[in-house]
Design a binder for this molecule. Sequence first.
Ligand code: GCO
Length: 472
Amino acid sequence: MKQAHFSALKRSDFGNDFIWGTSTAAFQIEGSPYSDGKKASIWDEFSHKKGKIYEGQNADVACDFYHRFREDLQLMKSMNISNFRFSISWSRILPDGTGAVNSAGLDFYDRLIDECLKIGITPWVTLYHWDLPQALERKGGWTNRDIINWFSEYVKICVTRFGDRVNNWMVLNEPLVFLGAGHFLGIHAPGRRGVKNFIPAMHHASLCQAIGGSILRDHNPNLNIGTTFSCSYIEAYRDREKDHKAAKRVDCLVNRLFLELSLGYGYPFEELPFLKRVDKFYKPEDDQLLAFEFDFIGIQNYTRELVKNAWWIPYLQATNIKAEKRNLPTTEMGWEIYPEGLFQLLKKYDAYPGVKNILVTENGAAFPDHLINGQVKDEKRQQYLQQYMGAVLKARNQGINVNGYFVWSFTDNFEWAEGYHPRFGLVYIDYKTQQRIIKNSGLWYRDFLQTPETPKKAMQRSSVQHSNFFKP
Ligand code: GCO
């Protein structure tokens, strides 16, 4: 795709109903892990273990969103952002994961939701963005089938309390990532490793994905119910049969597994025979329980992976070739910048008859940002966003059913095991002072979002920024 194509991006090209927003997650922004009755989550515990997080950092303060949400929402409003995706911290609501409800935790989310609505921001709530109560982890966490009851209890409490004001719900955030990184590789909380943890956790999370959806729908059939999937566009490294087969296996695990379970396709045993170990955890009623008709799927894409056959890698027999080795442009995470991949994924998901509506619930980039004279000139992030938004537009123009886009993330925040150094925000945070500074990419997004009623100002501003930006 040519650059000229992106420089012309206009909000109106996406249509009036297209949903524009930003995304966050409780653990990455809130801080205050033990305030007002909250108890530890697996991430509170994990991030305080030695050697788990970059430079021994933790999220005890993070963006102090717990105390600063009002000013952050004001800032968001000033940037014309009218949809805000955030998650609820399970251990604020149920400090032990189950049993006694913490009313101060419910009050916090009441205040947050009410403030959103008061200033005209639509809340989009994720129920589980990785911060399982530590008390449940002690009982086996996702590997224990009882999690179906614990999770159901938590979902019921949330929807009963907030369902009168929150219409848009997402059950899980990226099951593959919290299962793969947290229950197979051990590099994320709770630090479990191996298929013996991955397989039961995968199965129970898949059940919860669907059961959570049913609970929301039973509460109110008019809610807009989705769940989110991480996805990467996967291609074979070389045009060899073995690499194509390896790419197919990886695609199946990364891009298809959790969606297809929700669509009622069952497990892809043919492509991934190691999943057969799930039989041990599978009950006859699970055929029914795994499927749920979501109103939308949230897809979260950042990059593409080139994959080659690798007999020495257990289970997948595949490995990826890092972008830096291929001399391609990457973000600070080492992820290849490849907007065409998002287009290809949208096309892929749109082809499933059971997928009713697609939203891009996360996309964004980390680059080294420098605050100089009160400004962050993050041209690369702006370019990244423009290119990926261009890919969404291309998809829409070809009739693909994608109807929303949320930038990851509103402010810089705690990037899990990577700590604070990858900055993904449209808004810079000076962590010493907690000062917020809108980056140039944020100013660009603000101007892009300027409502069509005031097009003049928006056009002038963005054309200046574009022309600066696309100078060779
Ligand atoms: C994820 C999460 C976010 C991340 C973001 C950048 O996708 O890992 O949803 O919490 O911070 O994706 O890595």
